[in-house]
Design a protein around this ligand. Structure first.
Ligand code: FNR
Length: 383
């Protein structure tokens, strides 16, 4: 534990940054302007996106003394799995583009294999989901679904995920259409990405059967094809269909209101995922971390996953203290991929965990139950 920091003190400095600001700076020179806009961009003037990260500053932890914290246990139980740490990689579409060889999803899965941190593969992976799953080795993976309009295609993607060994189905609720993202139009970022993309879709036999003509071999062609099948508005009544469609645990991503969490819990979903999509879908919102306590209260005994604004190990500990069972890392690992492929992503995850572990040690929290019992305290004046 804390090999990174201790080695650094002994003069063996890490190859990659250990803080988000430097990581982001390094990624800026590693990514093309269009990709940078794609990853960094959010909705409107990006106020919600900025608040997601800033709001963590209003929450503080209080240390406890004279507790034996010489060993820390960061493991959790989720979906019947014992996981070594409480973090996972959130689903990121077009992750493949983050590495030069365009196999960024595979690299992220390799980082999962190396660190034991689960990777949640996006429907919009560049690589087919079976290959992504295989690259994660022994580490469990989750599959995120953007639900297509065509139920046969939805079933095909879900069945492929189940057959290739994914351990949970994460259904994203907040993105049946794309939010108002000025950067997409200001920089025309998408058309500048060319070549083979969205291989996950294009590897699906049902997807092919729905096309009138073969897709053009560029991103805009792919996006046109994809938008012709994508964009299903879901309602509460649809959840029963997913139960029939899979025996994987079901997670609803994008739940931010306590009443929605209560409804989801009453429907018997396996986890509720509190997230505002990193501020990419709706501007004018409240920081995701500020909504977490209500979601946790509504969820009752259903586990709550959380993402949006996690930038450090201390953010992870705060989200756990506010009731999350597991915490999704988004942009930080993507920057790790951009600057160092699988090694870069693994480094980012390990740094976040090492910082969380060290915080628990100095704060007197031997395990995550102690973190939850300690809670996080809100102070309006400390941001
Ligand atoms: C995302 N996110 C996302 N979510 C999802 O369910 N499916 C997807 O394909 C994507 N794609 C995607 C691309 C990019 C570039 C980003 C930054 C985000 C949302 C993601 O899972 C997560 O909710 C956010 O990344 C959390 O915000 P932060 O912490 O990264 O700011």
């Amino acid at each position: 534990q804390n090999a990174i920091y201790n080695a650094g003190l002994n003069g063996i400095l890490p190859d990659f940054p250990v803080d988000f600001a430097t990581l982001r700076e390094r990624a800026q020179s590693a990514l093309s302007p269009s990709l940078l806009n794609y990853v960094q961009g959010g909705c409107g003037d990006e106020h919600t996106q900025d608040r997601n990260a800033q709001a963590f500053r209003n929450w503080g932890m209080v240390p406890r003394m004279l507790v034996d914290c010489s060993e820390r246990d960061l493991s959790i139980e989720l979906f019947g799995l014992r996981l070594p740490s409480p973090i996972f990689m959130a689903p990121i579409g077009l992750n493949g583009e983050m590495t030069q060889d365009r196999r960024g999803d595979i690299a992220a899965a390799q980082a999962a294999a190396e660190t034991g941190v689960p990777f949640c593969a996006s429907t919009l992976s560049n690589s087919p989901l079976e290959q992504v799953r295989a690259a994660a080795g022994e580490t469990p993976s989750f599959f995120q679904l953007y639900t297509p309009k065509n139920r046969d295609l939805a079933q095909s993607l879900i069945s492929r995920a189940e057959q290739s060994g994914y351990r949970a189905l994460v259904i994203t609720l907040d993105t049946w259409l794309t939010g108002w993202r000025p950067r997409d139009l200001n920089t025309a970022s998408f058309p500048q990405l060319r070549g083979k993309v969205l291989e996950n879709y294009f590897s699906d036999p049902v997807f092919w059967s729905l096309l009138d003509a073969p897709p053009e071999d560029d991103l805009m062609g792919a996006v046109r094809m994809w938008t012709s099948v994508f964009g299903q508005v879901l309602t509460w009544e649809d959840i029963a269909w997913f139960r029939e469609a899979t025996s994987m645990p079901i997670v609803l991503k994008g739940i931010c209101h306590g009443d929605d969490a209560r409804k989801a819990s009453d429907l018997g979903v396996d986890a509720i995922y509190c997230s505002n999509h990193g501020g990419r879908q709706a501007n004018g919102g409240i920081a995701a971390i500020d909504m977490l306590p209500d979601v946790v209260a509504g969820a009752g005994s259903t586990p709550v996953l959380f993402d949006s604004g996690i930038r450090s190990g201390t953010d992870v500990v705060k989200a756990i203290a506010l009731g999350a069972t597991a915490v999704g890392i988004g942009r930080p690992y993507t920057y790790g991929l951009a600057i160092g492929g699988a090694r870069g992503a693994a480094h980012v995850l390990s740094s976040i965990l090492a910082e969380a572990d060290l915080l628990m040690a100095v704060n007197g929290y031997p395990d995550l139950d102690a973190v939850r019992a300690a809670g996080a305290h809100y102070r309006a004046d400390i941001a």
